[in-house]
Ligand binder design. Structure first.
Ligand SMILES: NC(=O)c1ccc[n+]([C@@H]2O[C@H](COP(=O)([O-])OP(=O)(O)OC[C@H]3O[C@@H](n4cnc5c(N)ncnc54)[C@H](O)[C@@H]3O)[C@@H](O)[C@H]2O)c1
Ligand SMILES: N[C@H](CO)Cc1c[nH]c[nH+]1
Ligand SMILES: [Zn+2]
Length: 436
């Protein structure tokens, strides 16, 4: 990883997200699914995942789900159950209730909260399988009360029944039983528009690679999406107190996700910068996913030496990273200055994978600078709200003139008259029918 000064550093966020070729490929895949349904879904699944399926094989059966337990270690089941407890406890705090407020004049105002009816969750499974993402998608949806949760994940050619058994066990543990073995942009389009085998959903949540992220952006509007949660990112803001080996390990923890993942160290310490660069190189040599991580740090990685921690904070806010680690003498003191970051990890022991798997907060987090305006997946992603308005006669008589004033200033006489007809009728001692 190259050590550079903050003057040399250029924000790499592309104007167009993904390359033009990737964008074109995704548009074609989405159009193909829209036009041809299952036929295109099977064709793309063969082309991109190497799995030759019939329509009947798209959906995972109950027997396959149960049999997956025989393919995983007991220690995995114990760990995923413990993680689920923490994730459930964290997300339970986000649950909102409907409310109604009765005013002294008899007016009732309120908000009705309802769960979305049918949501699609994407669980990545290309370069690695992500059973942890099953929990991060499904638990908040369940807390919101979503009755139909449908999961998609790519088939792995060498895997068990064409799907990773750890993902299946996580799904069974979470209580999901509508699962399709499809991935990438074709799975997103199938969820959005439906095919002969897949009933369309109201919203799609979940992380994925650049093809998944671009496809979610493409189908937004036909369905809702959580955010653009694409290739993983980490920024470490550290001072001279940080342990170089820990910092390097945390950078590589995200670099190993994807060639397009990004790992950046921002520090005022030239000594730490050089030590981390050497550590990254040393640790890369024994990392099983060395090729992916090396491509990531070479293309999207950086070690930036800043003049001061304040300059570092301003770079962090420009980057708006998915994950930020603050490893300085007093991390809590800097937290208030961080305006843009999806998840903030404080101190030397809050290594990023703690959040990926176990602490409880969601690991599906906006990337590519979109943490400026969007948030990690939470229970709110799976609800919708309706406003409730009951106006009493007393309240309408009191507010009617103001409402008509605003309507007429907008040139909307019909709006004003809808109020006026009631006020006039009441003035005449009306019976509610507009007549004496
Ligand atoms: N931001 C987050 O919250 C978050 C969380 C977890 C994982 N992630 C990211 O999820 C991603 C997982 O990626 P993955 O690749 O392992 O799995 P994936 O399931 O996201 O993508 C695999 C699919 O990509 C499609 N694909 C691959 N090459 C293609 C091509 N050339 N043309 C068209 N489609 C193609 C295939 O359909 C394949 O099924 C990583 O980038 C990781 O960093 C992000
Ligand atoms: N770091 C990923 C989010 O960018 C989440 C994850 C899942 N498994 C491992 N990591
Ligand atoms: Zn991770």
């Amino acid at each position: 990883m190259k050590v550079q000064s903050s003057k040399e550093f250029k924000l790499q966020r592309e104007v167009e997200y993904g390359t033009p070729e990737q964008n074109k490929a995704v548009r074609e895949i989405v159009a193909g699914i829209k036009q041809e349904g299952d036929a295109a879904l099977l064709r793309y699944t063969e082309r991109f995942d190497g799995a030759v399926l019939t329509p009947a094989q798209l959906r995972v059966t109950q027997e396959e789900l149960e049999a997956a337990y025989g393919r995983v270690e007991e220690s995995f089941v114990t760990a995923i159950r413990a993680a689920a407890v923490n994730i459930r406890a964290f997300h339970a705090r986000q649950k909102r209730n409907s409310w109604m407020d009765l005013q002294p004049d008899g007016t009732i105002l309120g908000q009705i909260i309802r769960p979305l009816k049918r949501v699609g969750v994407y669980v990545p499974g290309g370069k690695a399988a992500y059973p942890s993402s099953v929990l991060m998608n499904v638990i908040p949806a369940q807390i919101a009360g979503v009755p139909e949760i449908v999961m998609v994940t790519p088939p792995s050619t060498g895997g068990f029944e064409g799907i990773d058994p750890y993902i299946l066990v996580a799904a069974a543990e979470a209580g999901v039983n509508e699962i399709y073995r499809v991935g990438g942009a074709q799975a997103i389009a199938a969820l959005a528009f439906g095919t002969e085998s897949i009933v369309p959903v109201d919203k799609i949540c979940g992380p994925g690679n650049i093809y998944v992220a671009l496809a979610k952006r493409e189908v937004y509007g036909a369905v809702d999406i959580d955010s653009i949660a694409g290739p993983s990112e980490i920024v470490v803001l550290a001072d001279d107190t940080a342990e170089a080996a820990y910092v390097a390990a945390d950078l590589l923890s995200q670099a190993e996700h994807d060639e397009m993942a990004s790992a950046i160290l921002v520090t005022p310490s030239q000594r730490l910068a050089e030590a981390v660069a050497a550590e990254v190189e040393r640790q890369l040599q024994t990392l099983p996913r060395e090729a992916i991580a090396r491509a990531s740090v070479e293309n999207y990685g950086a070690i930036i030496v800043v003049e001061s921690i304040e300059e570092g904070i301003s770079i962090v806010n420009r980057l708006a990273p998915e994950h930020l680690e603050i490893v300085v003498a007093d991390p809590m003191a800097l937290t208030g200055a961080i305006e843009n970051a999806g998840a903030i990890f404080l101190g030397p022991y809050s290594s990023e994978p703690v959040g990926d798997y176990f602490a409880g907060p969601n690991h599906i987090i906006p990337t590519n600078g979109t943490a400026r305006f969007s948030s990690p997946v939470d229970v709110d992603d799976f609800i919708k709200k309706s406003s409730l308005i009951y106006y009493s006669k007393e309240a309408l008589l009191r507010d009617g003139a103001a409402i008509m004033e605003l309507a007429r200033r907008e040139g909307l006489e019909g709006h004003a008259r809808a109020i006026e007809i009631r006020l006039e009728n009441e003035a005449k001692g009306g019976d509610g029918n507009g007549e004496q």
